[in-house]
Design a protein around this ligand. Structure first.
Ligand code: SF4
Ligand code: SF4
Length: 377
């Protein structure tokens, strides 16, 4: 990929914030506002109702895969055991695909389900346990899940929003995670304050820098494979994720020179047109152009590495999905004969299953592609 992170846009990238909504930066969950879009079915209806007929059959994701010479997506062996412990978060970012927020405390994994996850983990050959949310650290069973996974020799990932580390209950976490070799994967939309606050709310950047400093002080981001600090960047605005390599170099230079912060690697993700990002696209009149961008940017080279091929995604209530995005859209893994809850996982029945797909999948295959591990193609 030769484009810079300013390229491939239907709006200018927000390095100067032009084209980005200048309205309220912090929002609340769709659910707390009782919006129809809070329902996954409504999100699917909205996505399906956008007229992209000029693209012919290629607006159907499966047909686009087929036309590129690929086969219908199927799951391979489970390598990533991803647990979404719930929708509770100390933040409420505008682009959130989870519709997480401080009001979502009811949707939180309980102890019985956390224990069932650990039992199920032993039935898989997964090498990695990926803990996400919401803010996973706010779940009372987060440390249990980390301890049990580490005890089983798994690589553990904490998907961290950074600001949560400043909460009193989490202040010891950088050292606690470092002692257990947990990789911390942190969201930081930009190395500049203005751009980060535009996506995540005023004051977020300053808190994020403070949290990164604490992680650095705990040994993270210094090249130690047992203390890996990964930054995650989502574009600010209706654009694709930029070139991961050039962004990593830019972020490294910006954070080091201005804040003395170091990190190990950076991954760039596309925003998925679901949940609050879908709301933002609708309210700014960008939904059609963004879907057009995703469809036009379909890149078959990403197909073999899509995360749904090797991930088991588990919801806060134990339900099983092909990926975190399908989870948010309520699209359960499609195996009629298998129990779809982690409490009675039938790993053999899930092997080779057809992945449930939809228009949102173009978000994973656009440009350099996008997965929990970053660019693909
Ligand atoms: S994007 Fe992450 S930090 Fe922001 S509200 Fe959603 S879960 Fe929380
Ligand atoms: S959203 Fe992405 S990861 Fe999920 S099923 Fe579609 S292509 Fe796979």
């Amino acid at each position: 990929m030769s484009e810079t992170h300013e390229a491939r846009s239907v709006q200018p990238f927000a390095s100067d914030l032009s084209g980005v909504d200048a309205g309220p930066k912090r929002t609340t969950s769709l659910q707390s506002r009782r919006l129809p879009l809070a329902a996954p079915e409504e999100q699917m209806r909205v996505l399906g109702s956008v007229d992209l007929s000029r693209f012919g059959g290629l607006v159907d994701f499966d047909k686009a895969v087929e036309a590129s010479g690929g086969e219908r997506l199927r799951a391979g062996d489970v390598k990533i055991f991803q647990i979404n412990v719930g929708k509770l978060c100390n933040m409420a970012c505008r682009h959130c695909h989870v519709d997480a927020g401080p009001d979502r405390w009811r949707e939180s994994m309980d102890e019985a389900t956390a224990r069932a996850c650990v039992r199920a983990l032993d039935l898989t050959g997964a090498h990695t346990v990926d803990l996400t949310g919401g803010a996973p650290e706010l779940n009372p069973h987060f440390r249990f899940l980390v301890e049990e996974s580490v005890a089983r020799g798994k690589h553990v990932i904490d998907r961290c929003n950074l600001t949560v580390l400043l909460l009193h209950r989490c202040r010891d976490l950088p050292e606690w995670l470092a002692e257990r070799g947990v990789e911390v994967v942190c969201s930081l939309p930009h190395h500049r304050q203005r751009n980060t606050d535009a996506q995540r709310g005023d004051g977020t950047f300053a808190k994020s820098i403070e949290a990164l400093r604490r992680l650095n002080n705990a040994g993270y981001g210094q090249g130690d494979p047992e203390k890996v600090l990964t930054l995650v960047v989502n574009p600010v605005g209706a654009v694709l994720a930029g070139n991961q390599c050039s962004m990593e170099a830019e972020w490294r230079s910006g954070l080091e020179s201005n804040h003395g912060i170091s990190f190990d690697r950076l991954i760039a993700l596309n925003n998925m047109p679901i949940s609050r990002f879908l709301e933002w696209l609708q309210s700014n009149g960008n939904l059609e152009s963004y879907l057009e961008l995703l469809v036009n940017s379909f890149n078959p080279a990403t197909l073999s590495e899509l995360m749904c091929r090797n991930t088991l995604s588990i919801g806060w209530d134990g339900a099983i999905y092909d990926c975190d995005f399908n989870q948010m859209l309520g699209l359960s893994s499609a195996v009629p004969t298998a129990p779809m809850n982690i409490r009675n996982l039938d790993i053999d029945a899930l092997a080779g299953r057809k992945i449930v797909t939809g228009r949102h999948c173009f978000g994973c295959t656009a440009g350099a592609g996008s997965s929990c591990g970053g660019a693909l193609g």
